[in-house]
Write a protein that binds this ligand. Structure first.
Ligand code: NAD
Ligand code: DAU
Length: 353
């Protein structure tokens, strides 16, 4: 089996669902169930013995050591993290604890576990650390996309904490020989995306008749990848990547935020028109910019294509249509994540709701 951390979050839950559908190999899912963790995303696995869920912290070394000794996974895929840039601006403590200290402890537990494995299992073991393009900093409008050689220039508390975790993962390979693979991916979107992030927030707010808050001029650029393509890339890297290597993953889909919001409004106009016939675009509001806002990210994903034969399957048009349709078809999931804590976050970030 494999150990997946953070498997109740957005990408982790998509990864587990696709992993079990693709290979059937059992998964041990270790997740702390922070505000971002939601077992409702894995409801279809409730009676599936191939999914074993444990609520816990990647930084709880005695727990992780016990889980490794009991379940003997052949790989660890580390998704667990605090992931929202805006929250890291309001308070970075949990980002330091989980993304840096937690990753350190997990690497140490993995190192101890691997050292005691028989040589053939040691040789086959992999630790895949899931990271982000944000570690590379921001790009000028015409600059070439980030390659794996780009220097680390993180600008937010979130990206700085992820950069630190990448450095730890690299060092545990270089110094201790832990077979680490690192992936740096661009912005994901798709089912089970927590509605604090741009795309699900815009869909959910639009349908609720609320303002669509665009930060600053809305001309910031992100490179969007459908989450199931990210999951297939991780499977590929886990299966064929070279330990010690990093792989950039992206969708070749650079879009400004305003383009994204317009696309969502236009799809909703088509699939769920507003009473009265006005476009959802009428709900767009420009609000104060994010402090330290990175202007542009873009991933050069040629290495993973050249060396591992991976390319995204989804275009942005097909992926965003599926995503909007998924949110329209799953109002219960949306209601399930709109807890008191979610409403408190909206008030803190956007003012009284
Ligand atoms: P998410 O916030 O939706 O989920 C994170 C999950 O980790 C949650 O289930 C949470 O409960 C769990 N978690 C948090 N702290 C934990 C801890 N100490 N121990 C165990 N579990 C803990 O995040 P996501 O968007 O699914 O991102 C997953 C990973 O992918 C993160 O490492 C993130 O940096 C990276 N990433 C995300 C994107 C993106 O666009 N969302 C892009 C590139 C990379
Ligand atoms: O690039 C990969 C990263 O993408 C991941 O590492 C992060 O975990 C993930 O959260 C995401 O970070 P971003 O900051 O790019 O995503 P977010 O959805 O928060 O914002 C996308 C863009 O939209 C960004 O330029 C800020 C803007 N935005 C966001 C929100 C929530 C708005 O204009 N209004 C909003 O209300």
């Amino acid at each position: 089996m494999i150990l997946v951390t953070g498997g109740a979050g957005f990408i982790g839950s998509n990864f587990i669902l696709d992993w079990l559908a693709d290979s059937g190999e059992p998964v041990l899912n270790l997740d702390k169930l922070t505000y971002a963790g939601n077992l409702g995303s894995l409801a279809s696995l409730r009676d599936d013995a191939r999914h074993v869920f444990v609520q816990g912290d990647i930084g709880d070394a005695p727990l992780v050591d016990r889980l490794l000794a009991t379940h003997r996974p052949r790989a660890i895929v580390n998704f667990a993290a605090e992931s929202h840039v805006d929250r890291s601006i309001h308070g970075a403590g949990e980002f330091i604890e989980t993304n840096i200290v937690g990753t350190f402890r997990l690497l140490e537990s993995a190192r101890g576990y691997v050292a005691a494995l028989p040589p053939d299992e040691q040789a086959a073991f992999r630790f895949l650390h899931v990271s982000t393009d944000e570690v590379y900093g921001t790009l000028a409008p015409a600059a070439p996309a980030f390659t794996e050689q780009h220097g680390y220039e993180p600008n937010s508390p979130y990206s700085a904490s992820k950069a630190a975790s990448d450095h730890l993962a690299r060092a545990w390979h270089h110094t201790h020989g832990l077979p680490v693979l690192t992936t740096n991916c661009s912005n994901n979107y798709g089912p089970y995306h927590f509605p604090e992030k741009l795309i699900p927030l815009m869909i959910v707010n639009a349908l609720a008749g609320k303002p669509l808050p665009v930060y600053g001029d809305g001309q910031q650029v992100r490179d969007w990848l459908y989450v199931k393509d990210h999951c297939s890339a991780i499977r590929r890297v886990l299966g064929a990547g070279q330990p010690g290597q990093t792989y950039n993953i992206g969708g070749w889909n650079e879009k400004t935020n305003l383009t994204i919001v317009h696309t969502i409004c236009d799809l909703l106009d088509e699939l769920s028109p507003r009473a009265g016939g006005q476009s959802y675009r009428a709900q767009i509001t420009h609000v104060a910019d994010r402090p330290g806002h990175d202007r542009r990210y873009a991933i050069d994903a040629r290495k993973i294509e050249r060396e591992l034969g991976w390319r995204p399957a989804e275009t942005f048009d097909s992926g965003i249509r599926k995503t909007v349709a998924w949110y329209l078809a799953n109002p219960d999931w949306v209601r399930g994540v709109q807890s008191g804590a979610y409403r408190e976050w909206l008030t803190l970030q956007y003012g009284p709701q």
